[in-house]
Ligand binder design. Structure first.
Ligand code: G3P
Length: 215
């Protein structure tokens, strides 16, 4: 299973890359807005840090506008993946971009039907937003299970990228289901390593280490 970080913050990306488990980056307009820097300049720097896929989202909502922006974003670096919203115009754009050999990530996916459509259109990645479904008393991980079943039934090559993850159990459940990728905010990545028994055990070992005769 691959780990992506969901941020446009360079310090967080560098820190996660140093942990040795980072395979890619996802960004979106909301994450980019927090950085208060030109989006494309930021994307170029991210692509220099992380060799894996870096998702860059279009701001346009019509087919031709998305295509133009996608071509500009794809020209930034070889590892750019263009994020396209899962709307009717987006579906057409995913198909056009697949025909041009530009890799896409279908974002804002909330139903199995949307996931099936974007796979048929040729998206390289599908991003179901699990946390936002949980937020409205729906079941985000149930959606992941349904998409995986559909993709396996028809051997779709589109990779399932679990997005809008909020806590370590989203990772554990995604891994148990066999999702291809999860993208996580920095604070979720840092929580994965933590366990109170590890801290208690280490404190005891360190205290006992003081009692071990030197030499
Ligand atoms: O990758 C999509 C993600 O950024 C959305 O996360 O927390 O805004 O629902 P969130």
């Amino acid at each position: 299973m691959k780990f992506f970080i969901d941020t446009a913050n360079l310090d967080e990306i560098k820190s996660a890359a140093a942990m040795g488990v980072l395979d890619g980056v996802t960004t979106n307009p909301s994450l980019a807005a927090r950085e208060k820097r030109p989006y494309r300049e930021l994307l170029k720097e991210i692509c220099e840090i992380v060799p894996g896929p870096v998702s860059a989202e279009v701001f346009a909502t019509d087919h031709d506008g998305m295509l133009k922006e996608a071509e500009e974003l794809a020209a930034i670096a070889d590892n750019i993946v263009v994020k396209i919203p899962t709307i009717l115009e987006g579906l057409k754009a995913i198909r056009s971009l697949a025909d041009k050999g530009i890799s896409t990530n279908a974002t804002l996916v909330f139903s199995p039907a949307q996931a099936l459509l974007v796979a048929r259109a040729g998206a390289a990645f599908v991003s179901p937003f699990v946390g936002r479904l949980d937020d409205i008393s729906s079941d985000g991980m149930d959606l992941i299970g349904r998409i995986l079943t559909i993709y396996r039934n028809y051997d779709f090559e589109t990779e399932v990228l679990v997005a809008s993850s909020r806590h370590p159990m989203h990772l554990v459940e995604s891994a148990m289901m066999g999702a291809d990728i999860i993208t996580m905010p920095y604070d979720v990545i840092t929580k994965l390593i933590k366990h109170p028994l590890t801290d208690i055990g280490l404190a005891k070992f360190l205290a006992d280490a003081e009692k071990v005769p030197k030499g």
